[in-house]
Design a binder for this molecule. Structure first.
Ligand code: ASP
Length: 347
């Protein structure tokens, strides 16, 4: 079996001051001839690089916080050949959410721990809470966002009582900050997802995120939910998602992709079918752009047990890429787009 690692682009963009990116570390650890790591342990180790890198504002330490200025992390891991999953949701104070999710998989018979319970569990397993996970940069961005929202609330006090309009206004401010170049458009939403086929054919995956920037406190996205932000099935393959989590939650996109592959679909065709399902089920006018298409992006990263892979997205473009690492090293590749390759999704 030829081992392979696939991840969102940040899996080959951040090193946290070290020499390896996530996908490079995963590949090295799980193929180390003398002492190969279990592929899931290798992935958790690789994802930790990105979670701890303070310059990556969509994951772990330095991830953009919720509306109250608190970083709440979601993460999931799955081991295909062992048929096990572990996840945490709305975890505060510990940046390495994937490693905590892995302890849930290894040390409990549960799949998902949330909030204070997840934090208590992590502390009981030896994780040291760091308290505030904001960096000066992420705190500055949150203060800027909060100032803009407060200004809007002072001109339109009715917004304060309408949770939906208020959240939409907050999201619009985030988009404006991204257009002004203050936030990387990939980090308003943003996540790391990484899956691998090990040398013995094991299929494993991890997804970890700080979720949607400025989210309503307590909001949990797709990342920690098996079937939505990640799904792995031994002998079949894995799919991970980044982008608007509510859409992959609604369509259970990762599960749908792995099921399609189980029926024989190629990763790219399975991914495109899942994107089409998202497009077809996006009918709420507040989620459509002027062209009647979704006003958000979703990216899916897929590998089958034979090592065929694909990265697909609703919208493509130069910044919409995915990472792959195999025997010939790591590279970033363009995602194939369902809707088009050129337009911004907000156009
Ligand atoms: N899917 C993540 C969430 O909805 C965010 C992202 O990947 O951009 O929380």
């Amino acid at each position: 079996m030829t081992p392979l690692v696939i991840a969102s682009a940040n899996g080959h963009q951040y090193r946290n001051g070290g020499t390896e990116t996530c996908v490079e570390r995963v590949f090295r650890l799980m193929t180390d001839g003398a002492d190969p790591a279990d592929p899931l342990e290798a992935i958790v180790d690789g994802v930790t690089i990105v979670e701890l890198d303070p310059t990556e504002t969509s994951v772990g330490f330095g991830g953009l916080p919720n509306a109250d200025g608190v970083v709440q992390l979601d993460a999931c891991c799955m081991h295909g050949s062992r048929g096990r999953a572990g996840a945490v949701a709305a975890l505060e104070g510990i940046a390495t959410a994937a490693a905590v999710a892995h302890r849930v998989l290894v040390e409990t018979h549960h799949h998902l721990l949330a909030g204070q319970g997840a934090l208590d569990f992590a502390i009981s397993r030896g994780f040291a809470p760091q308290g505030d996970l904001m960096t000066p940069r992420s705190r500055g961005l949150w203060i800027d966002w909060r100032r803009r929202l407060d200004a809007l609330l002072s001109t339109d006090p009715s917004l304060a009582a309408d949770a939906r309009r208020r959240a939409e206004a907050g999201y619009e401010i985030g988009l404006a900050m991204s257009r002004e170049g203050l936030i990387d458009p990939n980090h308003l939403w943003g996540t790391i997802t990484c899956s691998a086929i090990g040398p013995k054919g094991d299929v494993c995956g991890v997804t970890s995120t700080s979720g949607l920037a400025w989210k309503i406190p307590g909001r949990v996205g797709d990342s920690p939910i098996p079937g939505a932000g990640l799904y792995v099935r031994g002998g079949v393959g894995a799919a991970g998602a980044t982008g608007r989590g509510e859409s992959t939650l609604y369509s259970l996109s990762s599960f749908a992709i792995v099921e399609a592959m189980r029926r024989g679909a190629h990763p790219k065709d399975a991914g495109m079918a899942a994107l089409k399902e998202i497009k077809d089920t996006t009918v709420d006018p507040s989620l459509l752009n002027a062209r009647g298409a979704p006003n958000f992006n979703v990216k899916l990263y897929i590998v089958n047990a034979a090592g065929d892979y694909a990265g697909v997205a609703l919208y493509g473009g130069d910044a919409v890429r995915y990472a792959v690492c195999g025997e010939n090293g790591a590279e970033l590749m363009p995602c194939e787009a369902l809707i088009d390759q050129g337009h911004e999704f907000v156009d």
